[in-house]
Design a protein around this ligand. Structure first.
Ligand code: PAF
Length: 300
């Protein structure tokens, strides 16, 4: 991995043999950005990178000449204390992975670089869409996400930004923010990456004990059961998914929801068409989420 120099020289473009340039400050980022050939893609992360992030970077490489990855554990999107403190921090391993997958620039700022005046007095409001599903149990979470995403878009100035389908509500809210606030960037969704046993990859999986990991498989199983019942209508989808979840008492379900993918409103019984089946549950001390798109009423 290279580090940026005050002269700003030698910023690689395309997949660099020497690994990505690591930049820590706004000034270093601006210099590195000026040296990138376009189009430029951004992949935003909080670190603790895994194959899901690698898939985001690979998708970014397909769409753009240069790829910037941000690594920033955004305090604004965590409830005070605990969850932020537990979040895995693995910068060396992250840089090694990004060297292999071909990022050009890694922007890994500290909180005082992103929030030089401390907590921002003005934030992006996620509105009603930010208060349901994940937002219901994590008040203010999506305002914190959108605020940092907006700031990183302004700092990196990408042509395209890629987000994982696993965080479906985040993806929807970023799309809405970009449209509603005319942010002028293309937002691309990248499908969820799963382990062979169906567990959706997440940085939080690092906290799962071997038993918790077995228990966690129930999320994917319930979503697949719901998908299987999609031809029969919404109540069949909800019943099939719930029946699987109740069979695993060690998973404490937060929500199971079949919703309109654009409004996140529960779909009514007569609904037919594209929908999102989403689940959140605590397994041991770890809160996990997962979702699948499905088409209600479509023949198998
Ligand atoms: O999905 C994440 O890792 C974070 O919410 C994001 C988009 C990097 C903003 O902090």
């Amino acid at each position: 991995m290279s580090t940026s120099t005050p002269t700003g020289g030698g910023v690689p473009t395309g997949a660099p043999a020497s690994g990505p340039v690591l930049v820590r400050t706004r000034e270093e980022l601006a210099r590195a950005r000026a040296g990138l050939r376009g189009p430029v893609a951004v992949v935003m992360t909080m670190g603790a990178l895994h194959a899901g992030h690698a898939a985001l970077v690979a998708a970014a490489r397909e769409r753009a000449t240069s790829v910037v990855v941000t690594i920033f554990l955004n305090p604004l999107q965590f409830e005070a204390g605990a969850d932020l403190a537990r979040y895995p921090r693995t910068l060396d391993a992250d840089l090694e992975l990004l060297g292999r997958v071909g990022a050009d620039v890694v922007f890994a700022p500290s909180p005082d670089v992103v929030y030089p005046d401390g907590d921002p007095a003005v934030r992006v409001s996620s509105g009603r869409l930010g208060t349901v599903l994940e937002g219901a149990s994590r008040p203010g979470h999506f305002d914190g996400v959108l605020t940092v995403v907006a700031k990183l878009l302004h700092l990196v100035r990408p042509d395209v930004a890629l987000f994982g389908q696993k965080d479906a509500q985040q993806l929807l809210l970023v799309r809405r923010m970009v449209r509603d606030l005319d942010l002028g960037v293309e937002v691309v969704a990248v499908p969820t990456v799963r382990d062979e046993d169906g567990l959706a990859l997440s940085s939080r999986n690092a906290h799962l004990s071997p038993l918790d990991r077995e228990v966690a498989l129930v999320l994917g199983r319930s979503l697949r059961a719901g998908q299987g019942a999609a031809p029969e209508g919404p109540s069949a989808v909800r019943r099939a998914a719930r029946d699987v979840l109740v069979g695993e008492p060690l998973a404490r379900v937060d929500y199971l929801a079949l919703v309109d993918p654009d409004t996140l409103a529960d779909v009514p019984e007569h609904f037919r068409g594209p929908a999102l089946l989403a689940v959140a549950a605590r397994v041991g001390p770890t809160r996990l989420i997962d979702n699948v798109p499905l088409v209600v009423g479509a023949a198998r």
